[in-house]
Write a protein that binds this ligand. Structure first.
Ligand code: ZN
Length: 261
């Protein structure tokens, strides 16, 4: 890996590079000091190009433009939009952890101008909206731009599980049930399994029989049997021991070979 370009002490618009702050997928990160007094972390090769301030410049320009807020498409706008989606759109894949368990966006923040006025510019690409009380709403008093989520995601994602009015960390439940944390965590974060299945599906089923669906999805035989109310062991034996094609084992004509689960 080549040595990173030394930018310490150099000026990029309102920013002065201070020190290397780490590395991201996009390259070396520099901690910078903005003329307005805020710190900002930016990708090295974006300094002086797309990044020239902590975000204060963009906000001032937007205010001066006097038309709309002028920030549609900005990182802050995207964060705001994602927040609303998580809380308000039942089809959002994270809704169950947010709107689905009562996390809401306060009325004032349904308006982006109010949101940006309260939150200010996002300090860096490493920051996201963080709620101080994880079970509390998106309100000015409960939210900051924080890096906890990203740091946690890099090391070990803290998953909290909602359990009849109470929440507990995934880690503590795994400990209590004597299940390997990494297995459950991977099932939830990569496989997007529902929590209960992630806990309850047996571990060590090394070569599961998988059915390829016409729509391109794949479904485990065990799951298909449950849905179709078929005896899993019987079907599995037909396939494993008798060598039947999956469709025949499931009782489908080998011609049609379709299945809706
Ligand atoms: Zn600034």
């Amino acid at each position: 890996m080549p040595a990173p370009i030394n930018r310490a002490g150099k000026r990029f618009g309102r920013l002065i590079a201070v020190s290397i702050a780490g590395r991201s997928g996009q390259g070396v990160l520099w901690l910078c000091r903005c003329d307005c007094g805020k710190n900002h972390i930016a990708v090295s090769n974006q300094l002086g190009k797309s990044i020239n301030s902590c975000g204060c410049l963009r906000l001032e320009n937007a205010a001066a433009s006097n038309r709309t807020h002028g920030l549609t498409g900005s990182p802050e706008y995207r964060s705001w939009n994602h927040m609303k989606q998580r809380c308000l759109n039942p089809r959002n894949d994270r809704f169950s952890s947010y709107g689905g368990r009562g996390i809401y966006v306060c009325t004032a923040w349904m308006n982006f101008e109010n949101f940006i006025r309260d939150m200010g510019p996002r300090p860096s690409m490493l920051h996201s909206i963080e709620r101080k009380d994880n079970d509390g709403p998106y309100t000015p008093g409960n939210c900051i731009w924080g890096t906890r989520a990203e740091q946690a995601a890099n090391k070990r994602k803290t998953v909290r599980v909602y359990n009849g009015g109470d929440t507990a960390s995934l880690m503590s439940i795994c400990r209590a049930r004597n299940i390997r944390y990494s297995t459950v965590q991977m099932r939830i974060s990569r496989g997007r399994w529902p929590i209960e299945r992630a806990f309850n599906e047996r571990i060590g089923n090394h070569n599961p029989i998988v059915i390829d669906m016409p729509n391109g999805d794949s479904v485990r035989l065990s799951e298909a049997c449950r849905t179709l109310n078929l005896d899993y062991n019987t079907i599995r034996q037909r396939i494993r021991k008798l060598g039947w094609p999956i469709s025949k084992a499931l009782g489908f004509s080998s011609r049609t070979d379709t299945l809706s689960v």
